[in-house]
Design a binder for this molecule. Structure first.
Ligand SMILES: [Fe+2]
Length: 359
């Protein structure tokens, strides 16, 4: 999916004009350039433009209402392209210094880390972001910042598991869970990040033994989505699973009696695994100041409740409380190892899962 949403009719006309000019330039055998630098276009350094361009892997319905509110409050138009993170990263790399994108918004620190490693994000100097976003939930070099927190934890069928049986991710490798565990595929970055953290905490050898233990306890082949995974628990296909809380939140929003319960993992040890959705300003942003202002606004109290609640996540801003279904799950202790680790150990985690037979 790659729908370029234009929220400004003015932009549509200008984009059409720019496209026409670019086409003529290409036909004439010249090197095409940024539409803004095209002869006859409005060439600016970007700083004065009242618009900002976002590439995002978030679903449009989660993010578009916020962008509309940003425009109402600031007069700055937000144009966004929505697609999966891998294709957006490749697109930014291919566009290089011709990219129209000022801001990249995606989920999972693993994806943000990968984009920054590709040289696609620039460091920001932002007092407000550094004050709001905990150090563990942003890049060491401030190239990306968390905007919401998602927790990956244990979920179980209350008729088949007594919560006193549950404790940690590591414990799911114990033979007592043989034939009772369901997992999502190891191909998903969420699990790669979780295993990267296991490696960080325990070293590679013990992490591999844990993952191998999970594999030997599987009730069935790994699922392709967290929702399928939770549905398998509800259906009694397995007793316990590891999933992101917002997937359970969506099911509970439809059916408050949905027969799956949440257990905060590792509360007496490392804290539960958390990850983020987050953003950074692109290295070649035509309007870097506009990009930074948008990210600062998304992290502010102004936007945080809506930003987090749209996906049933947790606000990154400590001044904004969780609410609704999310608040019902109560407080939890989060793993505070910096999320840059999930990026740095991602490749190691993928190889480890492969060796352990986790498909
Ligand atoms: Fe997700």
């Amino acid at each position: 999916m790659s729908d370029h949403k234009r929220l400004s009719p003015l932009f549509s006309a200008r984009a059409l004009f720019a496209l026409l000019v670019v086409s003529l330039v290409v036909l004439a055998g010249c090197q095409p350039s940024d539409p803004e630098a095209v002869p006859g276009g409005q060439q600016t350094d970007g700083s004065a433009e009242q618009r900002v361009v976002v590439y995002t892997s978030r679903q449009p319905h989660l993010i578009e209402p916020l962008f509309e509110r940003y425009t109402q409050q600031t007069g700055v138009t937000v144009e966004f392209t929505s697609a999966n993170e891998a294709s957006l990263i490749e697109r930014m790399a291919a566009e290089d210094d011709q990219t129209p994108a000022d801001v990249f918004i995606t989920v999972d620190a693993g994806n943000l880390w990968f984009a920054s490693e590709r040289g696609l994000l620039q460091p920001l100097e932002s007092e407000s972001l550094e004050a709001i976003v905990p150090a563990s939930l942003r890049d060491t070099n401030n190239r990306w910042f968390g905007l919401s927190v998602r927790a990956r934890t244990l979920m179980y069928h209350p008729d088949r598991v007594d919560p006193s049986e549950l404790s940690t991710f590591e414990d799911l490798a114990d033979p007592k869970w043989a034939g009772r565990l369901c997992l999502r595929t190891s191909k998903k970055v969420y699990n790669q990040s979780l295993v990267a953290m296991l490696i960080e905490h325990h070293g590679e050898e013990r992490a591999e033994a844990i993952v191998a233990g999970w594999v030997s306890n599987l009730a069935t082949d790994p699922f392709s989505s967290d929702t399928q995974l939770i549905e398998a628990v509800a259906a009694g296909q397995c007793d316990v699973a590891i999933a992101n809380t917002y997937y359970l939140g969506r099911l509970l929003a439809d059916d408050p009696n949905y027969p799956v319960a949440l257990f905060w993992a590792n509360q007496d040890t490392t804290g539960v695994h958390v990850n983020i959705s987050g953003a950074g300003v692109t290295t070649h942003a035509p309007r870097p100041d506009q990009g930074q202002r948008l990210i600062e606004w998304l992290a502010s109290e102004n936007a945080q409740a809506e930003f987090a609640e749209s996906n049933l996540e947790y606000p990154i801003n400590p001044n904004v409380p969780a609410s609704g279904i999310v608040a019902q799950w109560g407080p939890f202790v989060a793993d505070e190892v910096p999320l840059v680790v999930v990026g740095e150990r991602q490749a190691q985690a993928v190889r480890l899962m492969d060796r352990a037979g986790y498909r």
